[in-house]
Every structure is written in C-alpha cells, then in structure tokens.
Ligand binder design. Structure first.
Ligand code: UTP
Length: 295
C-alpha cells in the first residue's frame, strides 16, 4: 500500500465571515494567541508524517508565503539584539517542511481547490487539511486518519457529531456498518436541512483521499453555493469504491467563524502558563461587572 506523504492545504477562499479583517489579509493568517492558524495546520501535518505540503493560495494571499519563508532583516535584527527565543520562533516557521504553492485563479470551491493540486499529487493517496478546524488530541488528528487508511486502503473522512440544529453548516454522512469508531459511508450530503440530514456526523476538515477522487472532480458540476464541492466528489466515489469515516479522538475547534475563533483563542490562551492567571482574573472582573449591571 502506498504511504501518505503529501498534503494539500486549501487556503484560497475569500474568508467572507471575517470581513473586513480579511479584505487585505488571508483568514489563514489570523492568529490564535501568537501563531497564525495555518501554522497549527502545517505543524499537525508534519507531526503526522507528511513530507511535502502544497498550499493552494489565491489573490491577496502573499502573507502566507512570506510567513513560511525566511525573513532575513528581521532575523538579523533579533540576532543583534540577542532576542534568541523570538529568533527561534521566527525561524521555526521557515524551516518546517517542504512547502509548495499553487494558485487557484478564482475561488470556485473546495473541490476545485483540491483539483488544482492534482499534478503535484500524481497517482498516490494524499491528505487534505482545512484551516477552519484545529484539533487538539493525543495523537495528531491527521495521523489518526492515516492509521485508518493503512488498515483499509480506502478514502477516510474525519468526522465528529454536531448538534442537530448545526447540521446545515456541514457536510453530513449517512453512516453504514460500524467497527469501533470507523464507519462505512453510504452517502454524503452537503449542508442538509436538519429534517433531511441522515445523521449528525459532520465532516471536519481532515481527509485522506485516494487519487481516484481527481476523476470525480474532473467532471464535477457546481453544487451548494454555486461551488465545486469536495463532498459531492466523494459522494461520487462512494458509488465506485469503499469510503470510510473516522470519528477521531480530540477536541475540535472551529476557527472558521467568529464565535468559534474567539473561544478557540480563549482556550489556547488559558492553556498558556504565562496568560492563564491574568486572563482568569480579567474574566472574573468582567463577569462581576456584567452581573452587577444585569442584576
Ligand atoms: P470555507 O468556505 O470555510 O472558506 O472553505 P472561505 O470561503 O474562505 O470562508 P467564508 O465561508 O467565505 O467565510 C474551507 C476551506 O477551503 C478553502 C478556504 O480557504 C478554506 O480553508 N477554499 C474554499 C479554497 O481554497 N478555495 C475555494 O474556492 C473555496
């Protein structure tokens, strides 16, 4: 069985949910405490054994390339002023892995972004990681999916249950035969009406895909929102080969929308020994003030 060595990180979306912040800055560069979200994703890929990463970028996404490049002047200044801990942080992002870039000329959907990277992938299984989801887990989330791929040789989709009222925001699977946390997928549906949803198992932003997905994407029509959906292409794949979904272990943070982003920042800050005490104190003061006002 071929090893999963390559990963695609699609980052060419418009990030409309964060406008105007994302007018001139990629949403993937929004920081969680002091690290851009995309760096968490790249770190997860590397910790999962990925050797080559391709980031699909688009208009206005230069900052992503600059972030993973060396910054000679800055590094020189930090070295001169002996700020070695900061220098290490700055250099870390440019020494992480072999990162390549390809441009999606217009944002035609996640499926189209993945298709844009087909020549880089060739004829081997590969991973896709979306920057909207950050996962904190014992074993890196993508590694968990790769381990399942090594058992089944099939396409694996990372899933988590969501609340029934939330299904309309996600791709939802129709689960078939279950073996522990692994489900055979009978069908998938993108952003269903809650009354039509086949389950509450939502597709989170982690996939291991067999290269046969490119045949499905080649002929894909625009689906929900007028975009070429990866979910629709996987649905096509289900008709011709086994596809599995894996309920991975770990806490999943949704950083693709405002409330999720703020709560993620709070949780990550609370996990920092330097920030925890002052944040708890500040929260306590604010809560008391808020309660005094609202009675
Ligand atoms: P999203 O729909 O969450 O991202 O796509 P978005 O379109 O940037 O955000 P909103 O909805 O307008 O706020 C999931 C991932 O797929 C990428 C995005 O960059 C994001 O990481 N994507 C989406 C592309 O690379 N190309 C596309 O055409 C669409």
């Amino acid at each position: 069985m071929a090893r999963v060595k390559k990963a695609i990180i699609p980052a060419a979306g418009l990030g409309t949910r964060f406008l105007p912040a994302t007018k001139a800055m990629p949403k993937e560069m929004l920081p969680i405490v002091d690290k851009p979200t995309i760096q968490y994703i790249v770190e997860e890929a590397i910790q999962s054994g990925i050797e080559d990463i391709i980031i699909v970028t688009g208009k206005g996404k230069r900052a992503i390339e600059d972030h993973f490049d060396s910054a000679f002047e800055l590094e020189h200044k930090l070295l001169e002023s002996r700020k070695l801990d900061l220098l290490e942080k700055v250099q870390k992002s440019s020494r992480m892995a072999d990162i390549h870039y390809i441009r999606q000329k217009e944002p035609r959907g996640l499926g189209h972004a993945v298709w844009c990277a087909r020549k880089f992938i060739g004829d081997e299984p590969f991973a896709v990681l979306l920057g909207d989801d950050i996962v904190r887990s014992e074993i890196p989330c993508l590694r968990q999916l790769i381990l399942q791929y090594e058992q089944t040789g099939s396409t694996i989709i990372g899933i988590k249950p969501v609340l029934p009222e939330e299904v309309g925001r996600y791709g939802i699977i129709d689960p078939g035969r279950q073996q522990g946390d692994l489900y055979k997928v009978k069908a998938l549906v993108e952003k269903p009406e809650p009354s039509q949803a086949p389950s509450t198992f939502a597709i989170m932003g982690r996939y291991i895909l067999n290269p046969s997905i490119f045949d499905c994407l080649e002929n894909a029509d625009a689906g929900a929102g007028g975009e070429i959906q990866l979910t629709d292409a996987i649905q096509q794949l289900v008709a011709s080969e086994p596809v599995h979904a894996y309920h991975f272990e770990g806490v999943r943070y949704d950083v693709g929308e405002k409330l999720g982003y703020i709560l993620t920042s709070l949780d990550f800050a609370l996990a920092s020994s330097e920030l925890q005490a002052p944040i708890l104190k500040a929260l306590d003061e604010r809560l008391n003030l808020y309660r005094a006002f609202t009675g």
